[in-house]
Design a protein around this ligand. Structure first.
Ligand code: ATP
Length: 361
């Protein structure tokens, strides 16, 4: 177990650029050796938060601690963190060895120690044969590995990753996801990883921090966030294809709570502890929870059929809502046909239409 790994504690961080408030009081406690993902749409402030942890930006309010030590007034190099950038940020005129050893040479570390560290990192990352090459002679994935190597040689207390895979093609991205996860387990260090790709977030993190408009919307394990999104924003952002939403009016019938959807149908909501029996509400249904059944209560018009090989996505219209249906069946329904859709009440998420907060707990 890596005894050097440190926790990161973020309290009340606020940051503006000019008159634009980018972070509005962010609190987050990251445990030692945890792999935490900052996930959110473009512009939500995740990169800014990472740069504030690194010391590349200064917050106007709040504090950052690495372990017990308060670091927000320290220079980046005094914080003992290493950052891996989306752009790799390699020095083009230096070969791989020199790129990796640069920060150690700046620190005037002994030559033998430098060689040891670079060789160890190169072995971990499979770069041993490439130490003499220049960045222009490397593939995207190899460059990304060099930039990770440059972080590893410094033995930081915390690794910060800023969308490190977004410049890679889809196949390589899947491969590198595995490599970064492996690396995290090998090095056993605290990692904070920024991405807007929710598949990356789901597959890599111990915990996901979902951000939106400069605040944290939810913190939880990938499956907690997926299965129990705290509000409509998280529900709509996490999961691909995205969750379907339908607005209606809560009502009770002999069989329990239902959502009445204007002039269409009543959707039974089952036993969920909603604590409310009337008023406007929004239901959320994940595309893979919709079933195509002859007598399904949601009579929907199929607008497009998208087979991917493994599964089929149907784009349908029901009431005033677009409905995505995801099925592993090879459905032979043509566009323009009407189908019946049904859902198990246990799979329905329920949100307040006004506040977007989750109603069933
Ligand atoms: P992306 O996924 O697109 O990188 P992000 O969530 O990482 O988005 P940030 O890069 O943190 O978002 O940016 C948050 C907001 O702050 C954006 O509106 C951005 O335009 C603004 N911003 C970021 N850096 C600066 C800067 N140096 N000067 C002015 N505005 C900035």
């Amino acid at each position: 177990m890596n005894q050097d790994a440190e926790s990161v504690t973020i309290r009340g961080i606020e940051k503006s650029f000019g008159r634009t408030k980018v972070l509005r009081g962010v609190d987050l406690a990251i445990e030692r050796r945890e792999f935490v993902i900052l996930l959110g749409p473009s512009g939500c402030g995740k990169t800014t938060l990472l740069r504030i942890i690194a010391g590349l930006e200064r917050a106007e309010a709040g504090e950052i601690r690495i372990g017990e030590r308060r670091v927000d007034q320290l220079e980046p190099k005094e914080r003992n963190v290493a950052m891996v950038f989306q752009s790799y940020a390699l020095y083009p005129h230096m070969n791989v060895f020199n790129n990796q050893s640069f920060s150690l040479r700046l620190r005037r570390m002994a030559k033998d120690d430098i060689r040891d560290r670079v060789n160890r990192a190169a072995k971990t990352l499979g770069l041993e044969q490439l130490l003499e090459r220049y960045p222009r002679e490397l593939s995207g994935g190899q460059r990304q590995r060099v930039s990770m190597g440059r972080a590893i040689v410094r033995s930081p207390k915390v690794f910060l990753f800023d969308e490190p895979l977004s410049n890679l093609d889809a196949q390589l991205r899947v491969h590198m996801r595995g490599e970064i996860k492996d690396l995290h387990h090998q090095l056993d260090t605290t990692s904070v990883y920024v991405t807007h790709d929710q598949v990356e977030a789901m597959t890599m993190g111990d915990r996901i921090v979902v951000m939106n408009g400069g605040i944290i919307e939810q913190i939880g394990s990938p499956l907690e966030v997926f299965d129990k999104p705290k509000n409509r924003f998280v529900a709509g952002f996490v999961g691909s294809p995205a969750m379907n939403f339908v607005d209606g009016e809560l009502t009770t019938s002999g069989s329990g709570l239902e959502l009445r959807v204007a002039g269409r149908a009543n959707i039974p909501l089952g036993e969920a502890g909603v604590g409310r029996t009337s008023g406007r509400a929004t239901i959320g249904i994940r595309p893979h929870h919709l079933r195509i059944t002859a007598d399904g209560p949601m009579r929907s018009l199929v607008k497009d059929v998208q087979p991917t090989g493994v599964e089929t996505i149907l784009l349908c219209r029901w009431a005033d809502s677009e409905m995505l249906v995801q099925t592993t069946d090879r459905v032979g329904v043509p566009a323009g046909q009407e189908i019946g859709l049904s859902v198990d009440p246990a799979d329905i998420h329920l949100f307040d239409s006004e506040t977007g907060e989750r109603l069933d707990v």
